[in-house]
Design a protein around this ligand. Sequence first.
Ligand code: NAP
Length: 436
Amino acid sequence: MRHFAIVGSGPAGFYTAEALAKAYGDQARIDILDRYPVPYGLIRFGVAPDHQSLKAVSKRYDKVTDEPGVDFIGNVTIGGDVSVEELLALYDGVILAIGAPHDRKLGIPGEDLPGVVGSAEFVGWYNGHPDFADLDPPLDGTHAAVIGNGNVALDCARILSKTQREFEGSDIVGHALQALESSAIRTVTILGRRGPHQIAMTPKELGELGHLEESSPVVEAADFPPVEADDALEPGHRKSINILREFAATPPDASKPKRLVFDFFAKPVRVEGDGKVERIVVERTELDENGAARGTGERYEIKASLVISAIGYSTPQMDGVPYDERGGKFQNKGGLIADRLYAVGWARRGPTGTIGTNRPDGYEVAEQVAAAMPAGSGNDREGATGLKRLLAERGVMATDYDDWRKIEETEVGRARPGSPREKFVRVEEWLSALGR
Ligand code: NAP
């Protein structure tokens, strides 16, 4: 019998568990660990609450834990309660699937002013992540800026622009819904340091901005290259550019009071304000011969009392695990970090790709694991038995999948009308739902 520990219960963790379960059948026990008492990682805390169809993938993950050899062990911090080294002593293989939950820094003056938040913080706030439940982002000004031209920037800008009615059917947490209801923000500027052709936004997500109840997109036609240049684009990307071109060709809807302004070729230089953010200074850019942003020296200010930087994420470091500073992920070769230690998902490749990208990624790493540790072989490692003993000795109140089902039932039971659930946002609340 082989014992595997997968650290992290987001998409990468679950797809790897699924792949290992298939590869080993009843020849392995697979434990999916998470620092929170509840599973799903990015699906619960990252995917936008108004994108419930994406969140529904968790139903598939439930099926993985239905497999006899697969278990969930929650409320356990690896690198805190238990070290990676200890896990390696207990398990045949350890697979780090911890994602990339940290915001990359902008590296510009003023970015630590109150009112400047990272997208991981802001997204965590509206999605009920316990670390960010108290973020309380300033929504009392009329202008906000979102830095970055990826899908996370779109998520943040859209959430800031929606009406209460548009959140119906979502599981946005109560504290965020309430705060957004009294938000004074009327203009959200989305800042891209390069041009429309360089966006990392996908068509479906971009298209949503054209159908908001109270907000209208504003795009400058002059920012685009000649339309013939679109022919060279990959079809999906061309679709996104077409949507942007349509926005540029359509005057903003005068009946809508809010605006979503795309400001391209605008590189943040400095954040300014008296004790809190009031404006962001940007430099006009142009593309250099390699397609990178080159400053032109022309600077201007954008009013903003909330700045969200959505410029990508990084994986946190863990004791004893070699780290790739530049890539913001674990050093690895095709997933292998060191003997019996692997990385999958964003911790392996860096923070790009959709939820589905993690499936082939997880299968690929599982294949490597199976090749290095064939089914039918094995030794005397204790796996979950040893881990649970260690956790009990250390007073860690671990949760299992049945516990999660109970928490889920309680969250569903306290949902506001039309919403799938009202999430608990603190570890103590989850545990008290279990009577602990
Ligand atoms: P991303 O797609 O990598 O986009 C990051 C953006 O930040 C890029 O536009 C980048 O511009 C910009 N940027 C980076 N450093 C910057 C700086 N110093 N100053 C200004 N701009 C800077 O990352 P993401 O939006 O965080 O998304 C992560 C992954 O999750 C992506 O694969 C995304 O598609 C996926 N996702 C999918 C969905 C969905 O499918 N609904 C939702 C959310 C996220 P440059 O190109 O110039 O570097």
